[in-house]
Design a protein around this ligand. Sequence first.
Ligand code: OGA
Ligand code: MN
Length: 288
Amino acid sequence: MTNKRRLQKLSPVAGIEVEGMDLASSLTSHGINQIKSWLDSYQIVVFRDQYLSREAQSRLTSSFGPLEEHKGLSGSGDITPSLHIIANIDSGGNPVRLDPSDHNLFWHIDKSYLSNPVQFSILHALETPKHGGDTQFANLYLAYNELEPKMKERLVGLRARYTRGASKMVGRDINTDIQYANDQNQQSTVSHPLIHTHPSTGRKLLFLDIHADHIEGQPQEQGLKLLKDLLEHATQEKFIYTHNWLQGDVVIWDNRCLLHRAIPNFAMTANRRILRRSLVRGFNPIQA
Ligand code: OGA
Ligand code: MN
């Protein structure tokens, strides 16, 4: 293809920016494998100045694997199941304040509460605030590496239970949450091992998010305390890359080894922030 490709690391923690690739044109399998290998090495791949149509984003996403349809309500009325609009706008398109209980604002792994959580997530910035409106990512390989050896031992064989909504982790009541109540299909409870081996890199990582509220075989309170401590450990500043969006950005990340959250650090009633999301169906996490 082109030899004008340039790579730039975005942080010591995760992330690489790739210049010289046009995602709107169909990528060859070599191109897709190249992106997958960057994802294995850097977890997040950022492309600037891409203006993808809905069709182009669907095509790009499906070249990584089957599309994961989104069954929940989207903030903006875009109901195409495989393209999900994440936005702070009302039905008239006016910018509004984000609901502080929006789960995107809490540390999560996309669809951790499914038996096969999402493999790759893609966000495409259609409109961005002048300042802020960042997304943060926390590297779960590093979180695992820096656990005390005793803690690593203690976690072997433990499984966390996930419930969509994570009521207990962030103090919300799933039963009164309309967004989740509308999402009947995704309310089953699943469990995943706390320590995983990444299926592609073979590296170990700590796996949990706000949707985890229970450790199997432990009293609720005790399990929840451990989960909270582990989430706090995993989201220390030193494990975080913060992405500052520019319009046209496409960010692809490996959802199997990162936590992420939106930061409401922008003037919400004055700026529209519109991202288009698509997801690649996942894997069954492997016990370390
Ligand atoms: C998401 C998400 C973060 C953001 O769409 O899954 O977590 O910054 N978005 O909007
Ligand atoms: Mn997300």
